[in-house]
Design a protein around this ligand. Sequence first.
Ligand SMILES: Nc1ncnc2c1ncn2[C@@H]1O[C@H](COP(=O)(O)OP(=O)(O)O)[C@@H](O)[C@H]1O
Ligand SMILES: [Mg+2]
Length: 248
Amino acid sequence: MISINGLSKKFNDHTVFSNIDLNVDTGEVITLVGPSGTGKTTLLRCLNFLEYADKGTVKIDDVQIHCDQKKEKEIIRLRRKTAMVFQNYNLFKNKTVIENVMEGLVYVQKISKKEARVIAEAEIDKVGLFEKANNYPHQLSGGQQQRIAIARSLALKPKVLLLDEPTSSLDPERSREVLNVIKLVASTGMTMILATHEMEFARQVSSRVVFMENGEIVEAGHPEQIFEAPQKQRTREFINKFRDPISA
Ligand SMILES: Nc1ncnc2c1ncn2[C@@H]1O[C@H](COP(=O)(O)OP(=O)(O)O)[C@@H](O)[C@H]1O
Ligand SMILES: [Mg+2]
């Protein structure tokens, strides 16, 4: 479903990552873990061209883009294969929940408002917030807002869902409700790439865990391998920090 080859990105002189290769099959859930500043967010943003990588190719479904030849039409096609969930929800504050979810359907996908409303209601229901459809974001908790952001993404029927630390602004209880929604989405067979610091969750939900450090993929593998028998010293150190955060 996704094929990333030789992807490299610099900001001025600062190399964020170079030569990233990653293939993701349909229905896989890939978690990106690693210290802050390692390039997880930038990598996710380069996959839907919110940020432009300098070199390499990104292929999602049947659209392949060589990053050094930016073909606008192809980029739009590729963007429509994906939807992204951000750390801070990014809901429109002056729109109700249902209007937020309908927005992309009406203005990007050009679906009629009537049809968009039906789709939006179904997605809001799936994340368990049907009764909040006519509320404004500020009337919802952070966890509820993030669930709506997920509903908004799913309404677009993406081939791939990208999530950038979706629970990092939330307290543990709110995190849990969002993580449960993400697990539910994973169980439907949605292909996902997700940056997270929630190690226990990564362990439960991932088909593969990708450990990144300093803009490199240090190690990738089945969660059991990464958490129980990491091959690389750097992976082991990172995992141990989460096991024993006080002595680390
Ligand atoms: N827009 C930007 N301009 C310049 N540097 C950036 C920009 N975005 C991210 N960076 C830098 O790129 C590196 C990787 O950042 P990021 O992708 O946010 O890492 P992570 O998500 O793993 O914490 C960091 O050193 C960060 O400061
Ligand atoms: Mg980040």
